[in-house]
Design a protein around this ligand. Structure first.
Ligand SMILES: NC(=O)c1ccc[n+]([C@@H]2O[C@H](COP(=O)([O-])OP(=O)(O)OC[C@H]3O[C@@H](n4cnc5c(N)ncnc54)[C@H](OP(=O)(O)O)[C@@H]3O)[C@@H](O)[C@H]2O)c1
Length: 243
């Protein structure tokens, strides 16, 4: 059976992606610091899915780890159907004038440079897979397009991802690989709640549908992008409750 590669499987959104996608496919997910969480996720899903689940430690800032992941996938001769790039460095909000040089470097090294290299290597493997409908999906943020208050480096690095996906949709059509972006508004996560000081009223004040999105809302769309959208490529879909 084919595999779907999901980065950042240890985030709430990542876990829900694994849950949804493992129903119809084998899944390999990456984690960075949360090894224990990764083990728990595997244990939990092995109980409910007969499909295979692997995890791999991958820090997007490390070219060495990206290369090792590529070698692992190559050695296992894994046929990849889709790549869902969800992992991202996101520190707490900081004003533009105060953000530290090394933090900016982290954002660029992981979210831009690391994402680029990883996507390049995984694309080489996807090209080799003899599968009908192949795709790359980048989890991005509304802040890339509209800006984010005290989120300058984060938003700019998401802008990089959006442009990367657009350009890839021009180059990879030749290999029948579709590439799309899913731009998230506010989706339930610890980081988001922390950014809003756990003030729920403030959090939903600018969401027309009146509630914060659930990780399940994300996984449903990703599943559709992978399995039910054969002509969709070069799109940037806003998932924001109308915000
Ligand atoms: N939640 C929202 O409202 C929202 C809004 C817009 C966009 N997004 C996007 O949705 C995705 C998931 O968001 P989230 O809020 O669920 O994120 P999160 O809880 O902050 O999780 C981030 C994920 O990325 C991994 N990661 C962090 N630094 C990494 C690095 N240097 N190398 C490799 N992996 C790394 C983490 O792994 P470890 O846990 O193992 O360290 C974790 O799995 C992200 O792309 C985020 O930008 C979320």
């Amino acid at each position: 059976m084919n595999y779907i590669v999901v980065t950042g499987g240890t985030s709430k959104i990542g876990e829900e992606l694994i849950y949804k996608l493992s129903k119809s496919s084998n899944v390999i997910f990456t984690y960075n610091k949360s090894k224990k969480k990764a083990e728990q996720i595997k244990k939990k899903f092995k109980k409910i899915s007969t499909n295979k689940i692997f995890s791999f430690k991958l820090n997007l800032e490390s070219q060495n780890e990206i290369q090792k992941f590529y070698e692992f996938l190559t050695k296992k001769k894994i046929k990849i159907k889709s790549f869902v790039h969800n992992a991202f460095i996101n520190f707490s909000r900081k004003s533009f004038l105060k953000i530290k040089k090394n933090n900016v470097e982290n954002y660029i090294m992981a979210n831009c440079f690391g994402s680029f290299l990883l996507t390049q290597l995984i694309t080489k493997l996807i090209i080799k897979s003899t599968i009908e409908d192949k795709s790359l999906i980048f989890i991005s943020s509304q802040s890339a397009e509209y800006g984010g208050f005290e989120l300058t480096a984060y938003s700019a690095s998401k802008g990089f991802i959006n442009s990367l996906s657009n350009s890839l949709s021009k180059e990879l059509g030749e290999y029948k690989i579709r590439t799309n972006v899913l731009s998230l508004g506010k989706i339930e996560s610890n980081q988001l709640m922390k950014n809003f000081n756990w003030d729920k009223k403030k959090l939903i004040s600018d969401i027309p549908l009146g509630y914060v999105g659930k990780p399940k809302d994300v996984s449903e769309i990703v599943n559709n992008l992978i399995f039910n959208s054969p002509y969709l490529s070069g799109a940037n879909i806003k998932l924001s409750g109308g915000r």
